[in-house]
Design a protein around this ligand. Structure first.
Ligand SMILES: *Cc1c(COP(=O)(O)O)cnc(C)c1O
Length: 392
């Protein structure tokens, strides 16, 4: 037998983390890394945040899981907080981002089909989007590398170029139910949606009674300097998927919706065994305690501006390697003129620095949101050293 016990779907590198210390990771062989990847925008409080650990420990000792057959004081409390903090009137808790997106798509279809408009099921999505790895969420993405071997896809999706409002308008037809977009594309290469594009999508949805879904799984939960990125874009969605940072490392996600958008989500239409379990709710509460306040969000914006400023200055030293810096808050991307993946590996293997490659030859810089000036200094030192001895 040659297959490994862990199903070999990931090209794993030889960093084998066994311990986290705030913004650093320690690997099995004792090497220490500055973690500006944060488990791909998940560990927003770093790796050993006392508030998060304490909340999980306390809840684990009290009650970890009960079925959604019972009342949920823990879920009600967190849902109420999310409702108070966002556009939403109601929340469904999931265990992951893909499930949150699935719930969002089901909510949008149910909105129309609940009223007997069964012909309205199509969802318009955008090229280079990433929405997850389930059958429906890969179908929602036009990326062939995620489809290969898994055909047939689910029907009912139309793909349009990101930031192409005219293309989106042209794609709307009698079957359209919703438009789903990442306000900042993550896996696609830290591409920020244009203001006019997002505002135009909102108008297009209003004019045609379509649900506007924001996939904020990566850009949500304070990452961009506001609790959700849409707050900076001047429009509100009807439905929003959130996950990654929301549990600070505890697996958890949520689908947020307005009362109107959720009109089809009635008794018996949807469910999850684990979704909204007390342990996840405790993690979610601890994360909101830490991030959902002006002081923390101002910290993210200030660190984001500093880091971006330093990066913009720095890339001028290596015009043959780097093209530009883009993103919002602490969701930053450095676009390279060469392949980004080998450079990310070089920083990791030779300079003890963790970043993440993304599409369009971008190096994603996704530090924990609790970084301080010293972490930015350490990051810039490692990045400079990495660029200086890099041979593409
Ligand atoms: C990571 C991601 C997902 C999928 O989340 P999982 O927890 O891996 O299922 C969906 N949408 C976006 C934008 C993401 O970045």
């Amino acid at each position: 037998m040659s297959i490994t016990p862990l199903m070999p779907v990931y090209p794993r590198c030889d960093v084998r983390p066994v311990r986290g210390e705030n913004c650093h990771l320690v690997s099995e062989d004792g090497r220490r890394f500055l973690d500006f990847a944060s488990g791909i925008a998940v560990n927003l409080l770093g790796h050993s945040h006392p508030g998060l650990i304490g909340a999980i420990q306390k809840q684990a000792e009290t009650l970890m899981h009960v079925s959604n057959l019972y009342g949920s004081p823990q879920g009600e409390s967190l849902a109420k907080r999310l409702v108070d903090l966002t556009f939403a009137d109601t929340v469904f808790f999931t265990n992951s981002g893909a499930e949150a997106v699935e719930t969002a798509m089901k909510t949008a279809r149910a909105y129309h089909q609940h009223e007997g408009n069964d012909e309205r099921y199509e969802i318009i999505t955008f090229k280079n989007a990433f929405h997850g790895r389930t059958m429906a969420t890969i179908s929602a993405s036009n990326q062939e590398k995620m489809h290969k071997g898994f055909m047939p896809l689910l029907p009912g999706f139309k793909y349009v170029e990101f930031n192409d409002l005219e293309g989106a308008k042209a794609a709307v037809g009698p079957h359209t139910a919703a438009i789903m977009v990442e306000p900042v594309q993550g896996e696609g290469g830290i591409r920020v949606a244009d203001d006019a594009f997002i505002k135009g999508l909102r108008e297009l949805c209003d004019a045609n009674d379509l649900m506007l879904i924001f996939d904020e799984v990566q850009c949500g939960v304070a990452r961009t300097g506001t609790l959700y990125a849409y707050e900076q874009l001047g429009v509100e969605p009807d439905i929003l998927a959130t996950a990654k940072g929301i549990g600070g490392g505890f697996p958890m996600g949520a689908c947020l919706a307005t009362e109107k958008a959720a009109r089809g989500m009635v008794f018996g239409t949807h469910g999850s065994t684990y979704g909204g379990n007390p342990l996840a709710m405790a993690a979610g509460e601890a994360v909101l305690d830490a991030v959902a306040n002006d002081e923390f969000l101002a910290h993210v914006r200030s660190m984001g501006e500093k880091l971006r400023g330093r990066l913009e200055q720095f890339i001028g030293n290596y015009p043959e390697l780097f093209e530009s810096v883009r993103g919002m808050g602490l969701m930053l991307g450095v676009k390279m003129k060469v392949e980004s993946r080998p450079f990310v590996a070089h920083l990791r293997d030779h300079h003890g620095l963790l970043t993440v490659a993304a599409g369009d030859n971008v190096v994603r810089v996704l530090p924990p949101l609790v970084i301080e000036d010293a972490h930015i200094d350490e990051f810039m030192e490692k990045l400079s050293a990495g660029a200086a001895d890099y041979k593409p």
